[in-house]
Write a protein that binds this ligand. Structure first.
Ligand code: TRP
Length: 337
């Protein structure tokens, strides 16, 4: 029924530019599966966005499918959520173009991600890298999303999305829902094991634990985790003085459900030599079923294909309506077929 209470819409994307890691899992994907009853959820592989940085084509294809398998293995049920590949829903690229024309050069120039990525890819500062946020705005606005779960680093892009939506609505009437970023609490942020001063990232592989990684490799990374240069050698939460140990406590807490106090008690009298491998083991046991399920799904290409086909069809049915409205509002002649 039309007047039935509508669930709020939640939407997010992850670029398949690297393999999913523990930070993506604990900070984001882990919580996504549980939201399906409360929200109408859309999750997609942002493959078009990855093209702003040069990719190896075979690797990009592999990672896109792997990411889909991992999402499902992490508990995102494709029957209850809409899972799809961004490039399969052509409305994203189409609305992206239109929104480019409602996004200012000055706004795009102020984006910190653009500045960071331009510094890192000085030989390939392409137009797509610059207009990336307009495509991201299209991703979000096509579905009239209420909430966009993202990391702190994407907050600025979400703010710009709101500005673009408000600007468009001011000219043409209520076309877009104004979305809100949904940023997890600081505790959900996983820092790198080798450098606890910055968040876990694939660009620092020594300190990054990937979901598909072999248990022995995970164990080694935790054993080598940088704890602090203090001589205290004791497990105590202190983000400022002991960022390495605190990060490990954070991870241990997230995978076991134990509080910091319980953890301090459990390891009282133990040094880092006991604590670090214990965190490693707990992570290994958390990731084992996910990795095994993802491997099983990856061996079933027909199933994955069915999931992303259904997902794209469902997504497109919604996206099409918004795009049609936008085309009409801006004055394009209605498509004859
Ligand atoms: N820019 C996001 C990131 O790098 C990925 C992304 C693309 C996204 N489109 C999105 C996230 C739409 C949320 C909503 O993490």
């Amino acid at each position: 029924m039309e007047n039935e209470i509508r669930k709020k819409i939640m939407l997010s994307g992850i670029q398949p530019s690297g393999d999913l890691h523990l930070g993506n899992y604990l900070g984001a994907v882990k919580n996504w599966g549980a939201r399906a009853d409360e929200f109408d959820c859309y999750y997609f592989m942002a493959d078009l966005h990855t093209l702003t940085v040069r990719q190896n084509p075979a690797e990009l294809r592999r990672r896109t499918l792997e990411q889909l398998a991992q999402y499902i293995a992490c508990g995102i049920d494709p029957e209850k959520n809409t899972l799809f590949v961004q490039s399969h829903v052509h409305e994203h690229a189409e609305l992206g173009w239109i929104l480019n024309c409602y996004t200012m050069f000055g706004e795009l120039s102020r984006m910190t991600q653009f500045k960071d990525k331009s510094a890192k890819n000085a030989d390939n500062i392409n137009g797509g890298l610059f207009t990336y946020p307009a495509l991201m705005a299209a991703d979000i606005l096509l579905y009239q999303a209420d909430y966009v779960p993202v990391g702190e680093d994407q907050r600025q892009h979400c703010e710009l999305t709101r500005d673009i939506a408000v600007r468009f609505n001011n000219i043409y009437g209520e076309v877009f829902k104004i979305p809100e970023a949904y940023v997890p609490k600081a505790g959900a942020r996983v820092m790198g094991l080798a450098n606890p001063g910055s968040k876990m990232s694939k660009s620092d592989p020594a300190g990054c634990v990937f979901l598909m990684e072999k248990p022995e490799d995970i164990a080694r990374k935790f054993k080598r985790a940088v704890t602090d240069s203090d001589t205290e050698n004791c497990v105590r939460f202190d983000m400022k003085e002991k960022p390495g140990v605190s990060n490990l406590m954070n991870i241990y807490s997230a995978v076991t459900g134990k509080s910091f106090e319980e953890i301090e008690r459990e390891f009282s009298g133990c040094g880092y030599g006991v604590f670090k491998p214990a965190v490693g083991d707990a992570v290994i046991e958390t990731l084992r079923p996910i990795r095994e399920e993802a491997q099983r799904l990856l061996a079933d290409k027909a199933y994955l294909q069915q999931v992303y086909t259904d997902g794209a069809q469902r997504a497109s049915a919604i996206a099409r309506k918004t795009l049609r409205k936008v085309y009409k509002k801006v004055g394009l002649v209605e498509k004859p077929f």
